[in-house]
Design a protein around this ligand. Structure first.
Ligand code: ADE
Length: 249
């Protein structure tokens, strides 16, 4: 998989060199290229923003550097991947479609993602129109119903959620099957040794005895029940009408 990120704060993406994604990059499973949008400006101040036409607070990102950036990144990516490969262009945006595990699954199958990090009040709307006219596939993705200062933090989160699903990135692929959101539910509670833990307040805490029973069928059923209960309590919105709170059981 290839990932390009266009931003005015390339240093913000430094964590993509660490941990799981850093290793996936070194292993050649994912090629991440971070670009400075200001490289496609032509004035002394490397200007990427201007005041909103029609008035209003804040600044808007100018269209020209973005158009040049997309053309250059596309050409560069196509040199590496092939002339017929096209990217999915993702704009992190609080007004986008909520990003979820299903989105991460879908995007983990993509050969090429280009992330475009907006800052200030946003990007001139004509950039989206221009890209659509050129035939780019575009997605606006929101991390949640709150406003960040720019798309960079969202790119870190989305990239991590996507790249860990790329085959070979997570060593134990089985662990991806039972985690929260993998089956539309939250994950069951986890325990490890010691089976009896005397906590610092002097309380002796046992793990649920069933986990020590060795009966894998019963353990699986217990975990499913726990996951369901936890989801009912914390995230009833994830459950269908059959499992939702108040439904007959
Ligand atoms: N940019 C600013 N806020 C954002 C959000 N909530 N999600 C994605 N991108 C953003």
């Amino acid at each position: 998989m290839r990932i390009d990120v266009i931003t005015i704060f390339p240093e913000y993406l430094a964590p993509l060199e660490l941990s799981l994604i850093g290793r996936a990059r070194r292993d050649g499973l994912v090629d991440v290229q971070v670009h400075d949008l200001r490289d496609w400006t032509h004035d002394r101040h490397r200007t990427v923003d201007d005041s909103p036409l029609g008035g209003g607070a804040g600044m808007v990102m100018k269209p020209e550097p973005w158009a040049e950036a997309f053309a250059a990144v596309r050409a560069d990516g196509q040199r590496a991947l092939g002339e017929d490969v096209e990217p999915l262009v993702v704009f992190p945006n609080p007004a986008g479609v909520p990003f979820a595990q299903a989105t991460a699954q879908e995007w983990s199958q993509c050969e090429w993602l280009v992330f475009a990090c907006g800052r200030y009040e946003g990007i001139d709307e004509r950039v989206y129109e221009h890209l659509a006219d050129l035939g780019y596939e575009i997605a606006l993705a929101s991390l949640g119903d709150y406003v960040l200062n720019g798309g960079e933090v969202a790119v870190l989160a989305i990239t991590e959620a996507v790249v860990r699903l790329v085959p070979g990135v997570v060593g134990n692929a089985e662990s991806l099957l039972e985690e929260s959101h993998s089956e539309g539910m939250l994950e069951y509670p986890l325990y490890t040794r010691p089976a009896t833990w005397d906590d610092p307040a002097g309380v002796s805490r046992e793990v649920p005895p069933i986990l020590l029973s060795g009966d894998h069928g019963k353990i699986a059923a217990w975990r499913h029940q726990q996951a369901l209960e936890r989801t009912r309590q914390r995230r009833p919105d994830l459950l269908g009408p059959v499992d939702a709170p108040g439904a007959e059981t």
